[in-house]
Design a protein around this ligand. Structure first.
Ligand SMILES: NC(=O)c1ccc[n+]([C@@H]2O[C@H](COP(=O)([O-])OP(=O)(O)OC[C@H]3O[C@@H](n4cnc5c(N)ncnc54)[C@H](O)[C@@H]3O)[C@@H](O)[C@H]2O)c1
Ligand SMILES: [Zn+2]
Ligand SMILES: [Zn+2]
Length: 354
């Protein structure tokens, strides 16, 4: 095997730097993956690509970028207990200490160990490279029915959404409003369909994104973001509003719309990160008996459940990928994702680069 490889770094001035670095060696309990697909997330753009804004769990420490990798194991370190060479795997994107209460619940995202909590692509090397090292405990088996590009979106994208939807519960009684139709909002549409939502309404500001949501059949109605959104949603829902709303925009106005366009006894989940929201608790929430949830990523066990459901539902997360680039063109991939004129953007290798 080669001793060096190409890897992408994000200096924080809206550029991507490709460097030649040594191929890493897996240590105890670790594996070496040939990265087949590595997708770009809104969080990468928001916190790292334009500027290094994040602190703590969102602090970028100059490592190889990419927290949404999927690949095939090419070598294992000592002490691996389950996975072996040639296994196809998804990486849960935050490696936790494994023994704090949050890690024991499967939520390594909120691991409380300052020393051992390290997210791939943020505080430890991630997937925008030919190869990467991952800890065996962070791996989820990728079924044969799913492609590597499908798998790359199971942790941060579809996994995050599945968690949020599990909290509010979605079924055939529900009209659902999705504010923000980036990759996370599109994933919400795809999962709500399979969970049986009766009507799916989406809102965004970017025409390309609104079109993708309609073309892929992920929303029944798409509205341009504006001050009339609450009235428009009520009109589409018999004057009541939706039973469930999911904010995937992080925009203050869209968040307020998500709450106000939800009917009495309805449930709302906030997934979009950062920013603020202003609401009037009595009319917006209390008097209508509404429940608002926050949801951060997912757990390893729910990710395993999602992977099983994806196969059963014949749902392919890769269907929301609109653009694929080889690693050498990673800078074009990030620039496109930053423009918003796309669905999900993936950096791919080998059989995934078609
Ligand atoms: N909670 C979590 O665990 C978690 C996990 C992953 C991503 N995220 C966050 O989820 C959000 C969505 O991720 P993404 O990758 O789809 O990002 P994205 O930036 O591609 O998508 C956000 C979308 O919101 C739209 N938008 C902006 N203002 C709007 C408004 N006023 N009304 C309606 N739509 C509006 C944008 O046009 C864009 O299409 C981001 O904030 C990301 O950081 C959260
Ligand atoms: Zn992500
Ligand atoms: Zn922990």
């Amino acid at each position: 095997m080669n001793e060096t490889m190409t890897a992408a770094f994000l200096p924080g001035d809206s550029t991507v730097e490709l460097r030649t670095v040594p191929v890493p060696t897996p240590g105890h309990g670790e594996v070496l993956l040939r990265v087949k697909a590595s997708t770009i997330c809104g969080s990468d753009i928001r916190c790292i690509y334009h500027e290094h804004l994040g602190k703590g769990p969102e602090g970028y420490q100059g490592v190889i970028a990419g927290h949404e990798p999927c690949g095939k194991i090419v070598a294992t370190g000592e002490g691996c207990r389950c996975f072996k060479t040639d296994d196809r795997v998804i990486v849960y994107h935050i490696s936790g200490c494994g023994v704090c209460n949050d890690c024991r619940r499967g939520y390594m995202i909120s691991c409380t160990s300052e020393k051992f909590r390290r997210a791939y692509g943020w505080q430890r090397d991630g997937g925008m490279a030919e190869f990467m090292v991952a800890e065996e405990k962070d791996l989820i088996a990728l079924p044969d029915e799913l492609s590597f590009a499908d798998g790359a979106q199971v942790a941060c994208g579809f996994g995050t959404v599945y968690e949020g939807l599990t909290k509010i519960g979605i079924d055939g009684n529900h009209a659902v409003l999705i504010t923000g139709l980036g990759p996370v909002g599109l994933a919400t549409g795809a999962l709500c369909r399979k969970l049986g939502a009766n009507k799916i309404i989406g809102i965004d500001v970017v025409p390309e994104r609104m079109k993708i949501a309609l073309d892929l059949g992920l929303c029944d109605t798409v509205l341009a973001s504006g001050p009339d959104n609450v009235a428009q949603v009520k009109e589409i829902t018999g004057g009541f509003g939706v039973e469930r709303a999911v904010d995937c925009s992080a925009h203050h106005a869209a968040r307020a719309t998500a709450i106000r366009a939800t009917r009495k006894w309805g449930k709302i989940v906030f997934i979009g990160e950062g920013g603020t929201v202003e609401l009037n608790p009595s009319p917006d929430m209390i008097h209508d008996q509404k429940t608002l949830y926050g949801s951060w990523v997912t757990s390893t066990w729910l990710m395993e459940e999602l992977v099983e459901r994806l196969v059963r539902w014949k749902l392919h997360p890769a269907d929301i990928i609109t653009h694929r680039f080889p690693l050498e063109r990673a800078s074009e991939a990030y620039a496109l994702m930053a423009s918003g004129k796309c669905g999900k953007v993936a950096v791919c290798a080998d059989e995934e680069l078609v």
